[in-house]
Design a protein around this ligand. Structure first.
Ligand SMILES: Nc1nc2c(c(=O)[nH]1)N[C@H]1C(S)=C(S)[C@@H](COP(=O)(O)OP(=O)(O)OC[C@H]3O[C@@H](n4cnc5c(=O)[nH]c(N)nc54)[C@H](O)[C@@H]3O)O[C@H]1N2
Ligand SMILES: Nc1nc2c(c(=O)[nH]1)N[C@H]1C(S)=C(S)[C@@H](COP(=O)(O)OP(=O)(O)OC[C@H]3O[C@@H](n4cnc5c(=O)[nH]c(N)nc54)[C@H](O)[C@@H]3O)O[C@H]1N2
Ligand code: SF4
Ligand SMILES: [Mo]
Length: 747
């Protein structure tokens, strides 16, 4: 966070830069084009003095400029003030005007300096010269790399059709241009991160409420969080609002098989048995209905299917749930009563990475239902319909019609989802089977599917059968390492991005302004897409530049908004949060126009219209359910090469309960061998009472395979090599917690 610590980090960072500048000579020999790059090449290490030249970066010599911009180190898009001196970003601070981050930056946000100035970052376009994954590359000019990419894409288009190129990406301010390229190219096959992340939530809430509401964490008096580790898995402003207001909140109840940092801040920690939360919430609904604690007027006026729910819930008693969840029935009933009596200023928070197990969508449906019953909809401290600022757009010609079906069979295969986001597991499975057609080209933008999808060996096979893979990234990620061509994007501090509108309780727009010139030969994605577009005969779709694009976006904004955007980097729409407007209107965008306790769309598509609980298989004797998640210092698999963050947290470990550790003869800090049905690895044991006995836990994102990431390479173990490929059938969301692990001591 802000303050002294950040300054010390910046100091140590400068020392770090001094060290790598020493390697200047090897850069020069490389620049002469005389060397082939290899896995052990020093090219991954070099960060020359020239990279820091202040030329064109603005500001007089020695002067410190402040550039308002937006952090890109995770999904949160916090406001940043970049301090720039002589063309070098010397410090990052939180932007006090920004409603998401409220003047703060997390450790990762601060450490963005060590991304832009990472000696291992991608500097020039690279073309593969040896076998895939061997790390043999040669430096190419942009001209050559773009020609090479376009030629290969056209070859695949001609041989198999445009649908045989897959385009995958995750959210970012320049992702839109990539998705336009996919459509202009004529491929229906786009796939994004939701089925690896929050799809269960989206599907559950959207079909219950007709929208995905925003929990008013700042004003809520009672919050329940299940598997949402907000102290470590940071979501702004929720993380800040939760802890800022902890003292005047009546109760904070946290449900997790682990005693996380968030649990340590809770009034009640519920160490639920993993995979059974749905039983707990169904029992809460039972108590709230049986004891008539629900908001009768609201339920009568605004919901559909209460009678069916009442009947459905009869057998889901707290006593029944206690047997499933291993939480006392009295505790479940107590929580239900506390929740209902705190209404409407109460929130059962729905979390974000909801990709746990086979119950994931119905679990989130149950959360949607319990919120609806207590009538917290559109009330201060409750669940509020989000608002956004409307932006203008740049017109492009109509995209060509696509005749081929999608490779994942959507929309028919997952009719409740957003089709264009795709279903990752189905994409991978059908590509491997070439069903209904072969997919031979893969364009990847700001996405790391090799390390983002379970059962890594399957993603590897998917890549192996591709004729061409191109990756646009800032670092040699595990996916980039498998590419045929790497196109290096400039990091966020080196780019001007489109204006972003945030759908939120406090709607606002923010603008990522450029702090410094792009280093080396890196380029913003908009430029890469335009150049590829030209070479693919699709130039008409990219007939604008970033300035024109932003001008169109901001055309209708009031003058003060444009002024704030420029000067503060953010404009917050006045008059928010607003409560009660939607309530007064009363119509929900669902088939019945009501909050659907009983989902008519689920029914239409053959899914349980009311949440039915199904027990998960128990871990076979001698094994543990593997749980995975985050800590506060890393984003997925994206930051494990960051020197500052590694200084705070060097590797992932296996959390195991002391009684279990003793049984198998493992002490804290010992190396253990872990084995699942699909993979194995070695890592340190973290013996702790902060986890239940029936499960083990490790952080996601470690154990990277790319030798281009010198600090991250093989540090800890990759959960993706251990987790089996399983997905849930309603939303297609990955089931990350359905793998059982054997653990034994080494030596
Ligand atoms: N086992 C397991 N798997 C998981 C999860 C888990 O908890 N456990 N979490 C899941 C979740 S919730 C999510 S959202 C997904 C995330 O999946 P991904 O989005 O694939 O994850 P990241 O590791 O963040 O990869 C982002 C990539 O973008 C690159 N990048 C960063 N900034 C830029 C930029 O400005 N431009 C370009 N071109 N590239 C950039 C990074 O270097 C990195 O290679 O992972 C999912 N996978
Ligand atoms: N520092 C940091 N912050 C991030 C991110 C990051 O990578 N790093 N990523 C961002 C993104 S894209 C996302 S999606 C969010 C993810 O945010 P979260 O979903 O909150 O994060 P996770 O750590 O993946 O999982 C949360 C918790 O679920 C617990 N859990 C596991 N199984 C169960 C279960 O069956 N029941 C219950 N009740 N709990 C269970 C785990 O022990 C873990 O503590 O974080 C966002 N913020
Ligand atoms: S939470 Fe941290 S990493 Fe994410 S956008 Fe905010 S400051 Fe950046
Ligand atoms: Mo996510």
């Amino acid at each position: 966070m802000k303050g002294k610590k950040g300054t010390e980090e910046a100091e140590s960072g400068r020392k770090g830069l001094g060290r790598v500048e020493m390697k200047r000579r090897s850069f020069l020999s490389l620049a002469a084009g005389s060397l082939a790059l290899s896995a052990s090449s020093r090219a991954w290490k070099v960060l020359p003095r020239e990279a820091f030249a202040g030329e064109g970066a603005g500001g007089a010599a020695g002067e410190v400029r402040t550039v308002p911009t937006v952090c890109a180190l995770c999904t949160n898009k916090c406001g940043v003030l970049a301090r720039v001196k002589d063309g070098v970003v010397v410090k990052l601070d939180g932007n006090p005007h920004h409603p998401k981050s409220q003047g703060k930056l997390c450790a990762r946000g601060q450490a963005a300096l060590k991304v832009t100035y990472d000696p291992n970052r991608l500097k020039y376009p690279l073309i593969r010269t040896g076998a895939r994954g061997s790390g043999a590359w040669r430096r190419a000019s942009w001209e050559e790399a773009l020609d090479y990419t376009a030629e290969n894409l056209l070859k695949i288009k001609e041989r198999y059709g445009p649908h045989s190129v897959l385009f995958s990406s995750t959210e970012g301010f320049q992702e839109h241009f990539f998705l336009d390229l996919a459509e202009a190219f004529g491929s229906p096959n786009t796939v994004r991160h939701p089925t690896q992340c929050l799809v269960a939530n989206n599907v559950a809430f959207f079909h219950t409420y007709g929208t995905v509401p925003a929990p008013d964490v700042a004003n809520s008096c009672l919050i329940i969080m299940a598997g949402a580790n907000r102290a470590e898995a940071i979501i702004t402003p929720d993380t800040i609002d939760l802890f800022k207001n902890l003292h005047h909140r009546n109760k904070f109840i946290y449900i997790d098989p682990r005693y996380t940092v968030t649990a340590s801040k809770a009034d009640i920690w519920v160490p639920v048995k993993a995979g059974t939360d749905l039983a707990l919430v169904l029992a809460m609904i039972h108590v709230i209905i049986q004891e008539e604690l629900y908001d009768k007027a609201f339920v009568a006026e605004h919901t559909h299917g209460f009678d069916e729910l009442k009947e459905h819930i009869r057998t889901y008693t707290p006593e029944w749930a206690a047997g499933e969840c291993e939480v006392p029935a009295a505790k479940i009933a107590e929580i239900a009563r506390m929740f209902a009596t705190a209404a409407p200023k109460c929130v059962f928070y729905f979390g974000r990475r909801s990709s746990f197990d086979q119950n994931q969508t119905q679990f989130r449906r149950a959360i949607a239902i319990v919120n609806a019953l207590v009538g917290n909809w559109d009330r201060e401290g409750g669940m509020v319909p989000p608002s956004s600022v409307r932006l203008g757009y740049t017109l492009v010609p109509p995209f060509p019609d696509v005749e081929a079906p999608r490779i994942d069979g959507m929309p028919e295969s997952f009719p409740l989802n957003n089709t264009k986001d795709g279903v990752y597991s189905a994409v991978r499975q059908n590509v491997l089977k070439a069903d209904p057609y072969p997919v031979k080209g893969w364009m990847v933008y700001k996405h790391n599917p090799v390390h983002g999808m379970p059962q890594m060996e399957k993603t590897q096979r998917m890549i192996d059968q591709m004729e061409f893979v191109a990756v646009i990234d800032i670092l040699p990620s595990d996916t980039a390492w498998q590419a045929d061509v790497i196109l290096p994007e400039a990091t966020y501090l080196e780019r001007e991005d489109p204006v972003h509108t945030e759908k939120n309780l406090r709607p606002h727009i923010s603008w990522r302004q450029q702090a410094i010139e792009p280093m080396f030969e890196t380029k913003p994605n908009i430029w890469i897409m335009h150049e590829l577009g030209k070479r693919l005969g699709l130039a008409e779709y990219f007939n604008y530049d970033i300035k024109k694009y932003i001008k169109n976006q901001t055309r209708r904004l009031p003058a003060e908004a444009k002024k704030d955007l420029k000067e503060k980097g953010v404009w917050v729409k006045p008059g928010y949060p607003k409560y009660g407007k939607h309530r007064a209107r009363g119509r929900f965008r669902t088939p019945t126009g009501k909050i659907e306790l009983y989902s008519t769309r689920f029914e239409k598509y053959g899914k349980d219209p009311l949440p039915v609980y199904r027990s998960l298989p128990e871990p076979p004797k001698g094994t543990y359910r593997l749980l995975v998640g985050r800590n506060a210092y890393f984003t997925h698999a994206a930051l494990q090469n960051n020197r500052w963050l590694l200084a705070l947290y060097p590797e992932n470990t296996l959390w195991i309960h002391p009684e279990e550790a003793e049984k198998i003869g493992v002490r804290d800090g010992d190396m253990v061998h872990v084995k699942s049905p699909v993979g194995e690895g070695k890592l340190k044991a973290h013996v702790t009472e902060a986890i239940r006995k029936d499960c083990v836990y490790m952080d996601h994102g470690f154990g990277q395979k790319s030798k281009g990431l010198e600090l991250a390479f093989e540090r800890g173990v990759s959960d993706q090599t251990l987790i089996e490929d399983k997905a849930e059938d309603i939303s297609g969301g990955v089931c990350y917690h359905e793998t059982f692990l054997e653990v034994r001591p080494i030596g």
